[in-house]
Design a protein around this ligand. Structure first.
Ligand SMILES: Cc1ncc(C[n+]2csc(CCOP(=O)(O)OP(=O)(O)O)c2C)c(N)n1
Ligand SMILES: [Mg+2]
Length: 584
């Protein structure tokens, strides 16, 4: 019997089908062992994902997804049930950023649409998450009945997901199911963006052929265009008196940071990062100047250096309003080279068909004379606390200084939206620490569940979670998942009694939230220890004690209601000005 064709779609990373992309990092051993010629669909799905690097799945099951979950359980991938799908999405996003690919497994619409916001964030910030959703069966769809969890049509969820993915499929065709799975997973790896695989519950046990799947095709640059782009960039770099490398997040996502650092070292040019890529370059590197983002830069030195540079070599940067300090950044095209996975631009010329990695490798080999860069002022390490200040009340600025004192290469700072993210610009670590935040999409509720993804992807990392009281109230329940999994995040609830960031832009009763006794969360979730910190000394002691422990720690960090980090002060003024809102 002829079956309905699988619904399929793949678009480029920029959503228009024309995106360029770098080669992905080598993933799991795909072709070590050939797949059996026929396999149950569920077995093939998870076996393929496992071979491509997925080791964990985050989600919540449901009746349409249970047959798929049964295959997940039998697979080598470990399934983690979260308290709510948004948490599963944020955990999978953070996991994918560190691991290179991740997985959420949910049920139809009630689950799939619950996780949608997190997947939208993963799309916006290029995080390679595979969404597997259980769904009504082929038989169920025959007379288009009103089935539970259905919204409008059986196609609704897949169509919604088309807006936030680079490939999607509904596995209704046994013959093509294996190649559809491969197509979606490979698109996820290639574009570093989410994909959607819908698995009807009565299809997942069926035996499907795997013989037609083909290995992924490596991408190549057009040699002449590449040479022309390199030629112009080399000339610009050679003539520049004051070049700077402005590191973007794609360096991290595509595993190219080390090549970029070697390039800067060879040419002896300084490095700045943007907020999304903060920590991609170790902050203690001798060439590292700090975070640049116009008015939101980590200090005036880096801001002046970038803005007076005659050649800003931007590698993998997202040009977002946040990254550019709400458009206070000054980066005109006459003095920039911008290379990303989507295109290479040198001054006013745009080069298509040039792979980001090829361009970077070409530059790394370029014969450009070394510059005589000498740092105007060495980047200051955070000052240790003096005895006399231990009893001082806390301020946002001091929180970030005290956190900086404790971070090392085993830490991963996970920031939520609010002053947790703005203030994090001011974190200056003596050692290399990871940093993860939804610094472009800016969805609240990211950090606590993301810390679960971080520690699951790399158990050697200790997540240091910076989360506002408002954001904590959204997804803090995931601490119960952390306790169940014996994870050990250190969670700093930046408690300023409400939506501080919003208050700074426009004050009103709508920015009030309930005051929770955050310390009690440990009792509720049955693990961990909580303390409250109101002074610098108390916070310092609480973090030191947390670092020495190996279980969940929650610190209720009491910050005066009207205080804010210097970065938020600048940004809120800029935002209010942009929106025409009068500030006090
Ligand atoms: C999911 C989501 N809802 C609403 C917002 C808008 N928003 C941005 S910051 C903010 C307040 C955050 O409050 P809190 O977590 O307490 O951090 P604070 O601003 O006080 O530092 C809100 C509501 C958002 N970014 N994400
Ligand atoms: Mg708050």
């Amino acid at each position: 019997m002829a079956r309905k064709a699988a619904v399929q779609r793949t678009t480029g990373a920029n959503g228009n089908g024309h995106a360029k992309h770098a080669e992905t990092r080598p993933r799991g051993a795909l072709h070590d062992r050939p797949f059996p010629a026929h396999m149950p669909m569920g077995q093939f799905l998870f076996e393929y994902l496992h071979r491509r690097g997925v080791r964990h799945s985050f989600g919540v099951p449901g009746d349409f997804a249970l047959p798929t979950y049964a295959w997940l359980e039998k697979s080598p991938i470990r399934s983690i049930t979260m308290t709510h799908e948004p948490g599963a999405g944020f955990a999978a996003d953070a996991y994918s950023r560190l691991n290179g690919i991740g997985l959420v497994c949910v049920t139809y619409c009630v689950g799939g649409l619950n996780v949608l916001n997190a997947i939208a964030g993963a799309y916006a910030e290029k995080s390679p998450v595979v969404v597997v959703s259980g769904a009504p069966g082929q038989k169920d769809r025959e007379k288009d009945p009103l089935l539970h969890h259905k919204v409008k049509t059986f196609e609704t969820q897949r169509r919604v997901y088309d807006e936030v993915t680079v490939a999607s499929t509904v596995l209704l065709d046994e013959e093509r199911a294996a190649s559809e799975i491969v197509r979606c997973v490979e698109a996820c790896l290639r574009y570093k963006r989410p994909v959607y695989i819908e698995v009807p519950h009565d299809m997942v046990d069926r035996v499907i052929p795997t013989t037609q799947i083909t290995p992924p095709v490596p991408q190549h640059s057009d040699p002449q265009t590449l040479e022309a782009a390199l030629d112009e960039a080399r000339k610009m770099l050679a003539e520049a008196k004051k070049p700077i490398l402005f590191a973007g997040v794609e360096l991290h996502r595509f595993g190219l940071t080390d090549i970029a650092i070697r390039l800067a070292e060879r040419l002896n040019i300084p490095i700045a990062a943007d907020l999304l890529s903060k920590s991609a370059v170790p902050e203690n590197h001798p060439l590292y100047m700090g975070v640049y983002g116009g008015a939101m830069s980590s200090d005036q030195n880096v801001r002046h250096y970038v803005e007076s540079s005659d050649c800003v070599l931007m590698l993998g940067n997202f040009i977002t309003d946040m990254n550019l300090g709400i458009y206070t950044a000054k980066l005109d095209r006459s003095r920039t080279i911008l290379a990303t996975t989507e295109a290479v631009r040198v001054r006013y010329h745009r080069y298509e068909d040039v792979e980001f990695k090829d361009f970077l490798l070409g530059l790394a080999k370029a014969e450009v004379p070394r510059k005589n860069f000498k740092r105007p002022q060495p980047l200051k390490e955070p000052k240790a606390l003096t005895k006399s200040e231990l009893t001082d009340p806390l301020t946002m600025k001091e929180v970030f200084r005290i956190v900086s004192l404790h971070l090392d290469e085993n830490c991963c700072v996970v920031s939520d939206v609010g002053d947790a993210i703005f203030g994090a610009v001011g974190i200056r670590t003596a050692k290399r620490a990871e940093f993860i935040a939804p610094a472009y999409y800016l969805s609240m509720g990211f950090a606590v569940p993301a810390s679960i993804g971080v520690e699951t992807a790399n158990p050697a990392l200790r997540p240091v979670v910076l989360v506002g009281d408002g954001a904590f109230q959204m997804t803090g329940t995931e601490l119960s998942t952390a306790v169940r999994l014996k994870l050990k995040p250190i969670v700093l609830v930046l408690n300023n009694e409400g939506y501080g960031t919003m208050r700074k832009i426009r004050d009103g009763y709508f920015n009030e939230i309930s005051q929770w006794d955050y310390g009690k969360i440990c009792e509720l979730v049955g693990g961990g220890t909580a303390v409250c910190a109101t002074t610098k000394g108390e916070l310092d002691g609480a973090i030191r004690s947390a670092m020495g422990s190996s279980s969940l720690r929650v610190i209720d960090v009491r910050i005066p209601r009207d205080d804010m980090s210097p970065q938020l002060a600048t940004m809120s003024l800029e935002l209010a000005r942009l929106r025409g809102i009068k500030t006090k």
